[in-house]
Design a protein around this ligand. Structure first.
Ligand SMILES: [Zn+2]
Length: 275
């Protein structure tokens, strides 16, 4: 236990505060009025650990991909030892190591950070004009009904240009993410067919997930991909699924419980993940 035993009267005095503490901690359950977890049309986001924990070098988790698949058929993240980028699409999960080669993730492999959902598109946008990555984000921002919910986003097309990266496997003692990505491999492809798998996370979840847009990519032949750094987009099909329920599975490890997660390390995360 984290707390000393409390007397009954002290507990009663604390009762109203306990609700304040307990409610947000309950798996960060954010449930919309009028909706319940049983609602079958609802998109639930499930993630393991936090981006803040990943950013300070907590690169080993206990969640296997076999377990992760129970929570989604679509998503992104990495695998233990930060051994590359991970993309989940149509129920298949791929690991793209720093050599840029994509391979199916074995069910027994574990992840320190993954974000998944059972993707059900609720809005379709056809992007016609040629735009860059920043313009894509601005365009989507303008077309979202609200920025107060997370969104899962799938973008399919033939992309004029994509720049993406993968990170090399790390050895303990693990360096922070900012140092690990200094040795990232960067790939550039032109006229490439494939799918961007991503999420837009509201800024109030900074430290839990990457603030704003975060996309991973995989080619249509499933041979390569990575974490998107830049690109050009034209005639792409964008499907959007709003998410009204977020479940965060926090690591039960000494590393996590003893780490200084401070305010979520959001400034550092944004520096590393957004460029
Ligand atoms: Zn990424």
């Amino acid at each position: 236990m984290f707390f000393n035993p409390l007397t009954y009267s002290t507990l009663m005095k604390l009762k109203k505060y306990l609700w304040i503490i307990v409610l947000p901690i309950t798996a960060l359950g954010i449930i919309l009025p009028g909706k319940t977890q049983q609602n079958s049309s609802e998109n639930i986001l499930f993630q393991t650990s936090t981006i803040g924990a990943l950013s300070i070098g907590i690169y080993d988790g206990k969640t296997t991909f076999q377990e992760l698949k129970k929570h989604g058929n679509f998503g992104l993240g990495t695998v233990n030892s930060l051994d590359g980028e991970m993309v989940g699409l149509d129920g298949k999960f791929y690991q793209i190591k720093s050599d840029g080669v994509a391979a199916i993730v074995p069910d027994s492999l574990k992840t320190p950070f993954a974000v998944v959902t059972f993707f059900r598109s609720q809005k379709l946008i056809n992007l016609k004009e040629l735009i860059n990555y920043q313009q894509l984000q601005q365009s989507l921002d303008q077309q979202l009904p609200t920025k107060n919910y997370p969104y899962a986003i799938r973008i399919q097309g033939n992309f004029p240009y994509l720049k993406f990266r993968s990170v090399p496997k790390q050895n303990p003692p693990y360096p922070p993410l900012a140092d690990a990505v200094k040795k990232q491999s960067v790939f550039e492809l032109r006229n490439v067919n494939g799918t961007l798998v991503g999420f837009r996370t509201p800024s109030y979840l900074q430290g839990v997930n990457v603030n704003g847009y975060h996309f991973h990519f995989i080619t249509s032949d499933r041979k390569t991909g990575g974490h998107i750094l830049d690109g050009q987009f034209q005639n792409a099909k964008v499907e959007i699924a709003p998410i009204s329920n977020v479940e965060v599975s926090l690591p039960e490890s000494a590393q996590f419980s003893q780490a200084d997660l401070g305010d979520g390390k959001s400034a550092e995360v944004n520096r590393v993940e957004r460029k």
